[in-house]
Design a protein around this ligand. Structure first.
Ligand SMILES: [Zn+2]
Length: 449
């Protein structure tokens, strides 16, 4: 399906997520702001209630707005529901209705003795996170559409945001054939508080080639699974007359996963290409067919790009720009630059992509202190970022450094206060930890006195 969308629309070869994990990255997508600006950067922060987003913008322009999210990071608990007439989150419904779910959380471990057959179902559930797969998301969308008045739906423009979760840790596609053994992936999980690669102490234990191949194959199966479900969802919308000629489709992602590309696992730890260079496909009216664009673009560009699809500017400040002029080949001041930020108290990372060059900065510059480590790569000759360019202090190096500083300043300048802190209930915490979140990102300890 993704190949077909790319063939019929535009594929961006160098689209970047603004953060390496879901909550800050989707907040950047929704608000058009860099992470420190929207300030949803720890496990304990909820998006400010006055921040304009894609959904609040479209709702105010007469759209019916709906969000279906399989990821607990994109949920009302963290303020992502604003502007949506309809918001579905797999966890909220599951927690109440699924017995397997309760068992998974060991609430009723004693039931294993009484109903031994349940143990098998629990093992099954542990292979993935139940109810979060793309087929369940599609089912929730169809159920909602069945409930709504079909004619009314067709009359009002619709904005539908779907957050699938399948190509994500844990790596298990629900349609995996029974003969394929599930790996216990516990060994992949290490605290996010570890220093990032290549700082000292960053390397996590490697695995043998066979295990690595199995992990990658499992991830590939998740991608194929979500690809097929995406096709089914679009077909369902088409049959209902809700996706037709004249409608736009955008497919993108919030972060990647790393498979020991830089001595680490999962996501959230780095800003290397495997983590932040994401797919971005756009299809619809006036979008050229089969075009590939190499210029770096950002998730933060989506607010203005979607605003442009409604014929007007967003009308609120963002860090992004409308990609339409770039898509149709007119210069729009796209500067071939992209910026990402791993917000982390102990080990922040900053990334700048400029043309084919990329600069990473590990940590903050401290007045009078040692300069933070900076690595530059030429992605044309070194696409896997294995051989940093020598720090010759040459002109290009200076330019990259200046540009990165400029982006960091812009991120600070557009800072919107108003994110609030969240009390993670044990239920949400447990949901998040199933996905490898909640570790090493606890709030700072209280003063010792
Ligand atoms: Zn994620």
């Amino acid at each position: 399906m993704l190949d077909q969308i790319a063939a019929e629309g535009i594929r961006f070869e160098a689209a970047y997520a603004q953060a390496p994990w879901t909550r800050p990255s989707v907040a950047s997508l929704f608000t058009g702001l860099y992470p420190a600006s929207h300030d949803v950067i720890t496990q304990y922060q909820r998006m400010g209630s006055d921040l304009p987003t894609i959904s609040t913008m479209l709702k105010s322009r007469g759209y019916r707005t709906a969000c279906f999210s399989a990821n607990p990071q994109v949920s009302p608990a963290f303020g992502f529901h604003r502007g949506y007439d309809q918001f579905w989150n797999s966890y909220s419904s599951l927690a109440e209705t699924t017995a397997v779910w309760a068992l998974r959380h060991k609430v009723a471990a004693v039931a294993f003795d009484l109903f031994p057959s349940l143990l098998g179902r629990v093992r099954e559930a542990q292979a993935g996170v139940p109810g979060t797969d793309a087929a369940s998301v599609n089912h929730a969308i169809s159920t909602w559409l069945d409930r709504e008045d079909a004619e009314e739906l067709k009359e009002q423009p619709l904005f539908l945001y779907v957050q699938y979760l399948d190509p994500h840790d844990p790596y298990h596609a629900p349609d995996t054939p029974a003969h394929i053994e599930h790996l216990d992936e516990a060994f992949l999980h290490a605290p996010q508080s570890l220093p990032p690669h290549p700082l000292k102490g960053s390397s996590l234990p490697p695995v043998d080639d066979d295990t690595l191949a199995k992990l990658k194959a499992a991830y590939d199966r998740e991608i194929r699974f979500v690809d097929a479900r995406l096709g089914e969802m679009l077909e369902d919308l088409r049959t209902r007359g809700l996706y037709q000629e004249g409608d736009y489709l955008i497919v993108t992602s919030d972060h990647g996963e790393e498979f020991y590309d830089h001595d680490q696992w999962l996501h959230g730890r780095s800003l290397y290409e495997e983590m932040v260079r994401i797919p971005l496909l756009i299809h619809g009216p006036s979008v050229p067919v089969g075009k590939v664009i190499d210029a770096p673009v950002e998730l933060t560009d989506m607010v203005e790009t979607i605003a442009g699809m409604t014929g007007r500017k967003a009308g609120f400040p963002t860090h992004g720009m409308d990609l339409f002029p770039l898509m149709v080949g007119k210069a729009n001041g796209n500067n071939e630059l992209a910026y990402s930020h791993r917000p982390n108290e102990a080990h922040p990372i900053y990334m700048l992509r400029a043309g084919s060059h990329k600069l990473l900065q590990f940590g903050n510059a401290v007045e009078g202190g040692e300069e933070p480590l900076r690595l530059a790569f030429d992605l044309t000759t070194d696409p896997n970022e294995l051989s940093p360019l020598p720090d010759a202090g040459g002109e290009e190096w200076e330019r990259l450094h200046e540009l990165l500083t400029k982006f960091m300043d812009e991120e600070a300048d557009l800072k919107r206060s108003g994110s609030t802190s969240v009390d993670l209930t044990s239920g949400v915490k447990s949901d998040l930890s199933d996905l490898g979140y909640v570790d090493g990102v606890a709030p700072p300890p209280p003063p010792s006195d």
